[in-house]
Design a protein around this ligand. Structure first.
Ligand code: ZN
Length: 70
């Protein structure tokens, strides 16, 4: 059996950020501005419709949930 060079528990790990994912996206009512809505699958937090200022690929990554990541 080989010995671990670094014991696993001592490895520094970044705390996992819980992210909200896109629930819906489109145009805000009456305007030309894009809107987007994120929902957290962990706690159910819902941002409601907010102005979408980010790129599609950024939106796909999700947003950190303000309720799960205090
Ligand atoms: Zn959450």
């Amino acid at each position: 059996m080989t010995q671990m060079l670094f014991p696993l528990p001592s490895l520094p790990r970044r705390k996992r950020v819980k992210r909200m994912h896109v629930a819906d996206a489109g145009h805000l009512p009456g305007g030309a501005q894009k809107g987007i809505r994120f929902v957290c699958s962990h706690c159910g937090y819902d941002t409601g419709w907010i102005q979408d200022t980010r790129s599609i690929s950024d939106n796909r990554k999700g947003l950190p949930c303000p309720a799960c990541n205090p």
